[in-house]
Design a protein around this ligand. Sequence first.
Ligand code: GLY
Ligand code: MN
Ligand code: MN
Length: 280
Amino acid sequence: MQRSADIGTHAHNAGLMQCHAGMSEVELRSFIEHVFLLNGAAGPSYTTIVAGGENGNCLHHLASPDILRDGQLVLVDAGCEFAGYASDITRTYPVNGKFSPAQREIYELVLAAQEAAIQAVKPGVVWSQLNKICDDTLFQGLEKLGFQLTRTKEAGGKLSLDDLMPHGLGHWLGLDVHDVGEKTLPGVRNKNERPLSPGMVFTVEPGLYLKADDERIPARYRGINVRIEDNIRVTDSGYAVLTSAAFKSVADIEQMMEYALGMRREGGDYMPVVPAKHKP
Ligand code: GLY
Ligand code: MN
Ligand code: MN
């Protein structure tokens, strides 16, 4: 699983360094899948999602011939299969390499929610605790940014957190990308109450999807769609992030994209082969 995560991580980094305004979603998809195959993966572990701008609002948008444009974010959800095991990684970054202030505010909020949930992972913790940490962080952060919303969907059409993040926080990962196993123990009524134990692997993938035409959303944030997804293994005392090498902070993303732009201007290219640290 670490090797699958390493190849997936490397393909994301290579894709980010290849991304530029004027390329299409399928072009970026094919570049990422090329890196999977070059590094010995059997192929993608699910159909690669590359979604520029408003396409990011469709959770399973498949890469289309749409052109990635200056000023848009691109959401890339791509993972590979290696020796039968899946990785499942999402990164969101600006097509032109520089976040706008509004994009950065939303991105950093999703990142804070993801990191808070990940940092709480250790044996004995249950999913509902991770969910609550994520939701609290998003809810409070959105209120600070001027959103008026309720926690859960209710009658009357008021904006809710459920409207803005309409999917779960994560899922088991293994031989399948959505691996088998309920997040509950037989006989435990409450879903999401199965205690984590060492060796379990799962994703943590919060997102915010802010529709361009939803007038309940403050105008400056409309059209911004962000998801961030990493692969986490529970250890004896906490957690390990299998995908930690995929560029994620605003500083890393902006620096690496600027560096890649300079390199491409001079005719260079990014070496898409990852060294084999982990043998199958
Ligand atoms: N790539 C599918 C998922 O994130 O669950
Ligand atoms: Mn996932
Ligand atoms: Mn995914």
